[in-house]
Design a binder for this molecule. Structure first.
Ligand code: FE
Length: 248
């Protein structure tokens, strides 16, 4: 089996949310896909250890906000890597309430769906949850974020709770044919898998710091070695400190 083959499956990136009696809850997921047209039904695959999963099954409702391509990375950090049990993830985003009561993120999304749970299937580590679409809307003409774009731009690996998670070591050991349309070396991939260029990876979220590129979002110019980053440098995705970075 070739693990890199799984990276050839195409996905988007979504905020899946629900309402509970304590606080609104949500997580970032890449698995949301339409399963039938009549009625319109969408399935999500949600980790059993994810607090939001339990609440979706309890409330019987969930919403899907389709993230835009140029989304603020700190949003992905807060929604993707911090537990909703710890703090109110909604404090920094604009939301509206759907008919079902599930919150919808409006300022980072191009469209949304409001769903009622009609079925769920235990698939081991995850629950496959099927929802009937009650309502949907298009918010902007911007391009939606694809999982591939996110992975390449931010050199991220899926978090461990994602249904598409693959251990980094398994990917590194695989050799795959080079792209026919791009015979030259794909530099983005070279950075991810080259251990000799002083890259460091955040152990919380998987963000990779590459000294050749620096971190323009944090004001770090290209060519800055990890060792020269200021002591208060924080991961641009999850806000973890330098101590959480490990050399690749
Ligand atoms: Fe991080």
């Amino acid at each position: 089996m070739k693990y890199k083959a799984f990276h050839k499956l195409s996905y988007g990136l979504y905020i899946i949310a629900t309402e509970s009696n304590v606080t609104d809850l949500y997580y970032i997921g890449n698995t949301a896909f339409q399963v039938t047209a009549e009625p319109s039904q969408i399935a999500i695959s949600s980790h059993k250890k994810n607090f939001t999963t339990e609440k979706i099954l309890e409330s019987g409702i969930f919403s899907i906000s389709v993230l835009k391509k140029e989304v603020n990375t700190s949003l992905i950090g807060e929604f993707g890597f911090m537990s909703g049990a710890d703090f109110d993830k909604f404090r920094n985003v604009k939301t509206i309430k759907s008919v079902s009561g599930a919150p919808i993120i409006t300022d980072s999304s191009v469209a949304w769906f409001d769903c009622k749970v009609v079925n769920s299937v235990d698939v081991g580590s995850h629950m496959l949850i099927i929802g009937e679409v009650l309502d949907s809307e298009v918010l902007s003409g911007d391009e939606p974020l694809t999982y591939d774009y996110y992975r390449e731009k931010y050199k991220m690996l899926a978090p461990k709770n994602a249904p598409t998670y693959i251990e980094k070591e398994k990917l590194e050991n695989e050799v795959v044919p080079e792209s026919e349309s791009k015979p030259e070396i794909n530099e983005e991939h070279e950075h991810v898998y080259n251990k000799e260029n002083g890259t460091y990876t955040c152990s919380i979220c998987g963000f990779q710091y590459d000294p050749e590129e620096g971190d323009p979002s944090s004001g770090i110019p290209p060519g800055t070695p990890f060792e020269d980053l200021p002591e208060d440098y924080k991961c641009p995705i999850c806000n973890a400190g330098k101590d959480y970075f490990k050399r690749d």
